[in-house]
Design a protein around this ligand. Structure first.
Ligand SMILES: *Cc1c(COP(=O)(O)O)cnc(C)c1O
Length: 388
């Protein structure tokens, strides 16, 4: 493929919104099988795992079975509201005191587990004259955020339920190990959570309409954890929760491809050092292609001397150190390679494919991190490949 097919030849990430839609529909099908009443929360934090939060959210906003969206910060929620997204938005991370009023104004659902948050929310709701919607966070095994699933947690929930201006819309917990084959730890979290929710109802008389615990891995492998809502993150993008729980279990496909260009091809003799530090020296005559991508774009520098890219459907290994904006690859085995060839960093070219999982493993990042780190400098191009 030549780079005249690329709108941004230096580098671009192409996100196929038809694939996102089709993934989302397969996910809702799976959750409905487990629980016909269940809805899905699309997790679009960190700019939708690098895919573009506004575009991804807009692409699925009309699909039945969507409860709403989840983000990590108030700013991310504000970005969606600004783009006209009106569905519920749950914030998954701690909301700091100075952001609470804005969060209530935006109608964001706030994770609640601290007394100071509760009191500030009461004041914000009073000042604004609108209720503050909260989701009680319960720590059943992540040891991250949330109340304890015991008497102290119940007491906090009761206090919140009696606080003016506060609506406890949801209660949630998060799995630490649902992506493993061995489900013992995840099952213990499930039981702890369900026990807590039952005690809230039976002992404290608190009924919460939106109870959720399943993440991507649990959606795929623990149907009994699909309650009122399930939170789908990585699988929405067609990526694997882990090697043990692959997205292919329900036929999900990766939505993102990443491209760059060959800007020079040069044949050099044996003994030629390549890139900073001369860490790689050619052992024979070598054809070297310079590629317009670097770690400044989020291509991991740890792939120096380890990664491969696709040129004309064939694998070309990275030579020497990856620079901030450029890198060199070996095209000795691809005699047809020439300047202005497109380079595939992630995606398919002919019969070859490079996945985010492969690059994640090779670089010591993992697939979630790899796509999140695709730089702001890389323009995203949106396509719709199919009928959706
Ligand atoms: C990030 C996150 C998710 C999504 O996790 P995936 O493994 O991508 O599905 C769900 N819930 C919480 C609380 C999270 O922080």
């Amino acid at each position: 493929m030549k780079n005249d097919q690329l709108r941004f030849p230096r580098t671009q990430a192409v996100v196929d919104l038809s694939v996102i839609r089709s993934n989302f529909m397969k996910i809702t099908e799976k959750t409905k099988q487990a629980n016909p009443e269940a809805c899905v929360i699309a997790v679009v934090k960190t700019n939708a795992y690098g895919h573009g939060a506004v575009q991804v959210s807009q692409a699925i906003a009309d699909i039945p079975g969507l409860w709403g969206f989840a983000v990590a910060t108030v700013e991310e929620g504000g970005e969606l509201r600004e783009a006209g997204i009106s569905r519920p938005i749950l914030v998954l991370g701690h909301v700091f005191g100075k952001d609470l009023k804005e969060a209530v104004k935006l109608g964001l659902r706030i994770p609640l587990y601290r007394t100071d948050t509760l009191l500030s929310l009461r004041d914000a709701a009073d000042e604004l004259g609108i209720p503050a919607f909260v989701h009680l966070a319960v720590d059943t095994g992540m040891t991250r955020i949330g109340v304890r699933p015991d008497g102290s947690g119940l007491e906090f929930a009761s206090r919140a339920s009696r606080t003016e201006g506060i609506v406890i819309e949801g209660v949630f917990t998060h799995f630490a190990r649902a992506d493993e084959q061995d489900k013992q730890a995840a099952a213990a979290q499930r039981d702890s959570f369900l026990g807590f929710v039952r005690r809230m109802r039976e002992e404290s008389g608190i009924t919460v309409p939106v109870c959720g615990m399943a993440n991507s891995a649990a959606i795929l492998t623990m149907p009994e954890t699909i309650t009122d809502v399930a939170r789908a993150g990585i699988i929405l993008y067609g990526l694997n929760p882990s090697d043990e729980v692959p997205a292919s279990l329900i036929g999900l496909k990766p939505a993102l491809s990443w491209y760059a260009s060959v800007v020079r091809v040069e044949e050099v003799p044996a003994g030629t050092p390549v890139s900073y530090g001369g860490t790689f020296v050619t052992g024979k005559r070598t054809r070297i292609a310079t590629v317009s991508i670097g770690y400044g774009d989020g291509y991991p520098r740890a792939l120096s001397g380890r990664g491969t890219v696709l040129i004309r459907g064939k694998r070309a290994p990275v030579l020497g150190r990856i620079c901030m904006d450029q890198m060199m690859v070996d095209v000795t085995g691809i005699p047809e390679a020439e300047e202005d060839d497109a380079v595939v960093l992630i995606g398919r070219d002919g019969n070859e494919e490079i996945t985010a999982e492969e690059l994640g493993d090779l670089s010591g990042r993992f697939n979630y991190e790899l796509v999140c780190m695709i730089g702001a400098r890389v323009p995203r191009v949106y396509v719709r490949s199919g009928v959706d």
